[in-house]
Design a protein around this ligand. Structure first.
Ligand code: 2M8
Length: 431
């Protein structure tokens, strides 16, 4: 069974391979996405390391001069109508930092990349590749600390729900509701996504209106770091994004050390961000981390599975880790199939609508790796086993109903296949 599942996962990665990157899904997502590529590289590391290196190189070809690593690198030659918003709508030529080619979006996604680079090296050592990636990775992390650490305490902000990777999570509802959209501020647009997935499985009309309004706000500021820092209407410190950064800084320190360079500065930054997660994002009553609204100063509802991800970076001590284990094994997240991405007991939970409740393989994978690293290998093993069972029944779907196990969204989804392959090949992120 395991061999068959591994062969099927490899076949999905093969079908979505374009020659220079792996599409997240065959129809819905025709371009290169940032954290998707990092997960795919992790899955490919033991299977096809040369391909994993090409994937990461292709993504970093879109890096901006100021170190911003864009969330989408648009596939050359693909018509703008293939995905919305395409390169034309982003109009990143407004920034002197954006590359002219390849064309890109102007926002970021969770920084899983140093971890992916380290894992590719770990599976198939190649100091030349590490050397090549060091500078672009340092520039990327420097950008996050310089442009996104709004209070100078080590926590970095996202300025768009798409930057979280968990687009329509209820975690963003209150902050988005506080933004008023002036009439006519959002030029008309097509919902290309609805040609490929049912309405009930995708973000709502209002969500898209808000997403596209924020894109206009970036453009109005010319994608300028200082102007965005000063008054961007949406600024959230998300536990998943920050925890992934902590882990990435530590992996960057490992990369530096392997090249005979001093990585102490990266370790220090990791410590600072980890401390800020502990001090600012922990909700003692819920026993879970939550997102902090940096504009209002309010800690949001501790109801997201993203609040479990600090385990991935070894952020919590044993007492908090034990509370996270209680939270994740309880009714809120672990239904018939793990893990609901939003607490099932909360009225905002929707088992079908994208990031408002369904189970996603990358969240399960991050949490399982975190459980292993924090001394809970049994729970990690159960979680990984449950994910493999889900995928073997429902296929490599984009996301899953945590109650019925039904698969939703794109079929043949790359990161579901890649992370399944990672679990089956027995490779584990070095903690
Ligand atoms: C989803 O996001 C894009 C926008 O970036 C979309 O809805 O069109 C999210 O699930 C995100 O996490 C993911 O990286 C992307 C591609 O798989 O799709």
């Amino acid at each position: 069974m395991r061999q068959q599942l591994l062969a099927a996962a490899r076949a999905v990665l093969e079908r979505n391979w374009t020659g220079s990157f792996t599409r997240p899904g065959p129809h819905l997502y025709p371009h290169q996405w940032s954290w998707d590529s990092a997960f795919v590289a992790i899955g490919n590391a033991p299977l096809n390391a040369p391909r994993a290196r090409i994937e990461l190189r292709s993504l970093f070809a879109g890096e901006w001069r100021n170190g911003l690593l864009p969330h989408i690198v648009f596939a050359p030659g693909m018509p703008d109508s293939a995905y919305f918003p395409g390169a034309g709508r982003w109009d990143t030529a407004r920034s002197p930092d954006a590359p002219r080619q390849p064309r890109t979006s102007g926002i970021v996604q969770p920084p899983v990349h140093a971890t992916a680079v380290w894992q590719v090296h770990d599976a198939a050592p190649d100091p030349g590749f590490l050397r090549e990636m060091l500078e672009p990775l340092v520039a990327w992390h420097d950008y996050l600390h310089r442009a996104r650490d709004l209070r100078g305490d080590g926590l970095v902000a996202i300025h768009h729900p798409w930057e979280s990777g968990m687009d329509n999570s209820p975690a963003w509802d209150a902050a988005l509701a506080a933004i008023s959209i002036p009439p006519g501020a959002v030029p008309r647009y097509p919902r290309v996504d609805l040609a490929h997935a049912p309405d009930a499985e995708r973000p709502s009309v209002l969500d898209y209106e808000q997403y596209l309004y924020l894109v206009e706000e970036f453009k109005a500021r010319g994608y300028d770091e200082a102007r965005i820092r000063a008054d961007f209407p949406f600024a959230m410190a998300d536990p998943l994004f920050n925890a992934v950064l902590v882990r990435a800084e530590r992996d960057l320190a490992r990369i530096a050390a392997a090249l005979g360079e001093d990585g102490a500065a990266f370790e220090e930054r990791a410590e600072r961000t980890a401390r800020a997660i502990e001090d600012r994002l922990w909700d003692e009553e819920a026993g879970l981390y939550a997102a902090l609204d940096l504009r209002s100063g309010r800690l949001g509802p501790a109801r997201a599975a993203a609040g479990l991800v600090p385990l991935f970076a070894g952020v919590p001590g044993p007492a908090r880790a034990a509370r996270l284990v209680d939270a994740l094994t309880g009714d809120g997240f672990w239904a018939s199939h793990p893990l609901a991405t939003w607490d099932r007991r909360d009225p905002a939970f929707d088992p079908r609508r994208y990031w408002r409740g369904p189970a996603w393989a990358n969240v399960d994978w991050l949490v399982a790796a975190g459980l292993r690293a924090s001394g809970h290998p049994d729970v990690a093993g159960r979680l990984e086993g449950a994910l493999l069972e889900l995928v073997s029944k429902a296929g490599f779907r984009e996301y899953f109903d945590p109650e019925t196990g039904a698969g939703y969204g794109s079929r043949d989804f790359s990161w579901t296949a890649a992370l399944t392959a990672d679990l089956l090949s027995g490779a584990r992120p070095a903690s």
